[in-house]
Design a protein around this ligand. Structure first.
Ligand code: GLY
Length: 425
């Protein structure tokens, strides 16, 4: 099933269940200083989660352009990307757990054909300090979902030392199963909405312990352990709380904020174990291969960083509110992504001048039907990439000249052996 079909199926599935399809908001936040970029589907909809009436009603569905800067250095494993499309359905004081959980499992299994035997769920363990109970209601609903598919779902408290122990539903603390724009309860400012969540993980298989350097290598696996075996594909947040000066109170409405990354959902639906092997990236990866003359399989990390970073900046600079590379704030992140991509391009041996625009054109070509602003703004993106690439080349050349000038002094100070060991010269 193509990613285009998966996106459309998701929107149609929730439309058939009374949701209004709304367009993605800009990836640049509006009146929201909590993050530099929109990093989840609910973020542009905060006023409505707090009780304002949304013109399209109480049930909404969309695919929201999102960017998470904190994942920049994680790119290059099988699951992390900086820019992603967040499939999201929201209930603004309408339906709640007993509708949301069965719907999302139905979507994943009946619509996308995922094997229920590979799905695991997590729920909030409860926290007396904030006065929020263990989410037993979700557990009962989840047990029934599995039972209706012929599976007995054992619920267990999470324990990293003990591993899976035949469990199917796990209770985790707020660090994993609480969601708000600012993270765990302690980090939420007064007025911020948040709540416990229930996540769905897909089991890629016990043999997929790829990440030998993971702190979890050799430890018993559990669904959140990050060894590469399990991947989170869906998160239903039951957003019914608001932080106050002294603790938490119930919001005036019970909301659902569901978020699932299209890239991860596509990965498992297409039966691959790496986001970059989905059709969402195939033209971009082929483009890098053409430019470098190298194969993806032999240089996965470099390809993935270039693909992720140039896709992200094309969406950020190609937004109607797009911004240019700069030395501070949002522009600094754009600059960092472009320069990292160029650096890894050099490592791959890409020698063409001003090559990054070729990848941007591919991104615009692949996505403009869904995000028409990319078609409207691609010429601006190309110009900005050309300028930034030229600037960076000049900086690199100057740096190399400086290094050449310094080399004799440096060598006499540290000795030739030490210089070659340290710099790889
Ligand atoms: N808003 C839910 C999530 O980003 O996972």
């Amino acid at each position: 099933m193509t990613s285009k079909k998966i996106r459309q199926k998701y929107l149609d599935f929730f439309k058939d269940r009374g949701h209004a399809i709304i367009p993605s908001a800009s990836v640049m936040p509006d009146n929201d200083s909590s993050t530099l970029f929109i990093s989840s589907g609910m973020q542009p909809l905060i006023p409505y989660l707090l009780g304002e009436k949304h013109p399209a009603g109480t049930s909404l569905v969309n695919s929201q352009k999102s960017f998470r800067a904190e994942d920049i250095t994680e790119v290059g494993d099988n699951r992390h990307i900086t820019f992603f499309e967040m499939l999201g359905n929201l209930s603004l004081g309408g339906y709640f757990k007993k509708e949301q959980l069965p719907w999302i499992f139905e979507f994943l299994t009946a619509e996308l054909g995922l094997d229920i035997g590979r799905l695991y769920a997590t729920v909030f363990r409860g926290d007396a300090d904030i006065g929020v109970d263990k989410d037993k209601e979700s557990v009962e609903i989840l047990k029934n979902i599995f039972k209706n598919k012929g599976l007995v779902a054992k619920d267990l408290d999470f324990s990293e030392r003990d591993g899976l122990r035949g469990g199917r539903i796990f209770y985790y603390p707020a660090g994993k199963n609480w969601w708000s724009r600012s993270g765990v309860p302690a980090n939420m400012p007064p007025g911020e909405p948040g709540g416990p969540d229930s996540e769905i993980f897909y089991d890629l298989g016990a043999d997929l312990k790829k990440h030998e350097n993971s702190p979890w290598a050799g430890e018993p696996c559990h669904v959140n352990c990050d060894c590469g075996r399990f991947i989170e594909i869906a998160n239903s947040v039951f957003m019914e709380f608001k932080k106050t000066a002294s603790g938490f109170e119930k919001l005036k409405q019970q909301n659902v904020d569901f978020g699932g990354g299209l890239e991860r959902i596509t990965m498992v639906a297409q039966g691959v174990d790496n986001i970059f092997e989905t059709d969402l990236f195939s033209n971009i990866i082929n483009g890098i291969s053409r430019l470098s003359g190298k194969k993806y399989r032999d240089n996965m990390k470099e390809f993935e960083i270039i693909a992720d970073h140039l896709r992200a900046v094309t969406f950020i600079m190609g937004d109607d509110k797009g911004i240019a590379p700069a030395n501070t704030g949002q522009g600094y992140l754009v600059r960092r992504l472009i320069r990292r991509a160029i650096r890894y391009g050099r490592q791959l041996g890409i020698t063409d001048d001003l090559w990054t625009k070729e990848i941007a054109k591919t991104v615009a070509h692949d996505y403009q039907e869904i995000y028409p602003e990319l078609g409207r703004n691609i010429n601006k993106v190309i110009e900005l990439l050309k300028e930034e690439e030229a600037k960076f080349s000049k900086t690199l050349e100057q740096g190399l000249k400086e290094l050449e000038k310094m080399k004799p002094k440096f060598i006499s100070a540290v000795g030739v052996g030490s210089l070659s060991a340290k710099s790889g010269i």
